[in-house]
Ligand binder design. Structure first.
Ligand code: NAG
Ligand code: NAG
Ligand code: NAG
Length: 478
């Protein structure tokens, strides 16, 4: 009797705080420049840290890689200060106040420190503790989280600060680096289920913004399939049902790393293919190390029933099929269990609409991205990155419409995640926050205080294709 009671209490206490699952509608922001720093978003802090600014970001200390290479002795301490101050409990409180229910957290592969080849690769250490700290705060605030593999081993696209290393040498699309990304995935999937601090994580995103030309991403389709299998293999070992797959032998151990080792040795069916097995195997010592370092006793003694009841499967997440061209692999073909799709839309980088307010509104009010993705099975979709940025000097009046119109468009999908929750406010940053900071845009009234509302729910009426040009002009003049 007493024994039963104890189990019930244990179950309840582990259930408390678990809020996983996709919100019915995602009202989200990115926690950009926190664990993957992009200097353009905090120009003054970056200089104060010892970074540099230059027009070609591969030519100076403009990324985490260049910084860690230049300052090997102080990099960890300097970044720890940044991590502690860029995203704080104060920011969590502001998210709650703004009605934000979801965050997307950009992460580098280097947050799993054992994956870094320290001879040739340079990144700060200690980010995993900060991730654990932030997730704990987010969970306590009831905010859902997506772990976004934002900066991939070998670098997934050329010349971008968001990959952590600005270079033209793109090496992600190779067997060795796909393999490292799978190990990262195994580690994150395990932490998501077994570290109580990760209780609000509902999804892991495989690769942020791969190269858009599918001819330049050989093997990406196979990687997508293996990514899903790694997540589901971890879940099988935890006793979470996976549609159409069974382990060929029962696992008796409540020690996860030892159960995983047994599963790798005894499950030789096609599901545990060579890549999946090798990734799981490589994850074992890493998980032992992280479990000890971060004091996560559940890694070594987990309760299968509790884990299963706590939360169902994680949502595997990919950039949508239409992110790429030239006959891309369709991530929908990789799905086993729940999966979501991510599209990013920035008008300010060109190629979407003519550089004027009318063309922007006409374009966004008629966008068919949600329907085009749905036709290829990429549902549910959310818009995981977008901003108020423009190629022209936008008036306050326009930004109110621009905010409403984008929210209307993205609300046709599962929801939206703005880039970014904030950017630096400083003399050097100038007016950057006006079009890139959610907090600032709420303060200025571009966004409604309640993210589900609009300043003008009819903002698009005059811009829909069915309306005439005349009507659009009338609306503008009103
Ligand atoms: C769990 O298993 C691992 C081997 O995978 C072993 O090194 C570790 O000591 C075990 N921990 C406990 C608490 O049994
Ligand atoms: C925007 O305004 C700034 C300052 O008022 C000016 O320097 C710049 O040329 C303008 N840009 C465009 C595209 O009109
Ligand atoms: C609306 O018009 C734009 C051009 O202005 C076109 O690109 C788009 O496909 C049209 N959308 C629909 C839904 O008809």
């Amino acid at each position: 009797m007493l024994f039963l009671l104890t189990i019930t209490i244990l179950l309840c206490s582990s259930l408390r705080g678990v809020i996983a699952g996709i919100p019915d509608k995602i009202y989200g922001v990115n926690l950009g420049s926190w664990l993957v720093l992009e200097a353009w978003m905090l120009p003054q802090e970056w200089l104060d840290m010892g970074g540099e600014q230059c027009s070609d970001c591969s030519q100076c200390i403009a990324t985490e890689f260049a910084f860690a290479q230049a300052y090997p002795d102080t990099v960890d301490e300097v970044f720890n200060k940044h991590w502690s101050t860029w995203f704080t409990q104060g920011d969590v409180n502001k998210l709650v106040d703004a009605g934000i229910n979801t965050v997307r957290i950009p992460l580098g592969y280097w947050i799993v420190e054992a994956l870094v080849d320290r001879e040739t690769e340079f990144y700060p250490r200690g980010g995993i503790r900060q991730l654990q700290r932030g997730l704990k705060q987010l969970q306590a605030a009831g905010i859902h989280a997506i772990l976004d593999h934002h900066a991939l081993p070998g670098v997934q696209t050329a010349g971008q600060m968001f990959t952590g290393r600005c270079t033209s040498d793109v090496e992600f699309y190779t067997d060795a680096n796909y393999q490292r990304a799978l190990v990262w995935t195994a580690v994150m999937a395990t932490l998501a289920h077994l570290d109580p601090s990760f209780g609000s994580v509902f999804s892991i995103e495989a690769v942020n913004e791969p190269i858009m030309d599918a001819n330049q991403t050989p093997g990406y389709g196979d990687f997508q399939k293996n990514f899903v299998k790694v997540v589901r293999a971890v879940e099988l070992v935890l006793g979470i049902p996976v549609p159409g797959v069974e382990l060929s032998s029962r696992l008796a151990s409540s020690n996860f790393t030892s159960a995983l080792t047994t599963a790798i040795a005894t499950n030789s069916n096609g599901f545990f293919n060579a890549e999946v097995k090798s990734a799981l195997k490589a994850a074992v010592p890493i998980l032992i190390e992280i479990g000890n370092e971060l004091s996560i006793p559940t890694i070594f003694d987990f309760n299968m029933a509790a884990v299963r009841n706590q939360r169902g499967s994680l949502v595997t997440n990919f950039m949508d099929v239409n992110w790429q061209h030239n006959n891309p692999s369709n991530p929908a073909d990789a799905a086993i269990g729940p999966q979501g799709y991510d599209n990013h839309l920035y008008y300010s980088f060109g190629g979407v609409a003519d550089a004027n307010p009318d063309a922007y509104l006409k374009s966004i009010c008629n966008t068919n991205r949600v329907q085009a993705d749905a036709a290829l099975g990429n549902t549910p979709l959310w818009f995981g990155e977008w901003a108020l940025s423009t190629q022209f000097n936008a008036s306050d009046e326009f930004l109110v419409k621009w905010a409403d119109a984008q929210k209307l468009a993205y609300s046709q999908s599962r929801g939206w995640i703005f880039w970014n929750f904030k950017v630096e406010i400083s003399k050097l940053a100038g007016d950057l926050a006006r079009q890139w900071s959610y907090f600032e845009a709420v303060e200025r009234g571009y966004f409604t205080k309640d993210p589900s509302k609009f300043n003008d729910p009819h903002v698009c009426d005059a811009y829909k294709n069915t309306s005439t040009t005349n009507k659009a002009i009338t609306k503008q003049d009103r």
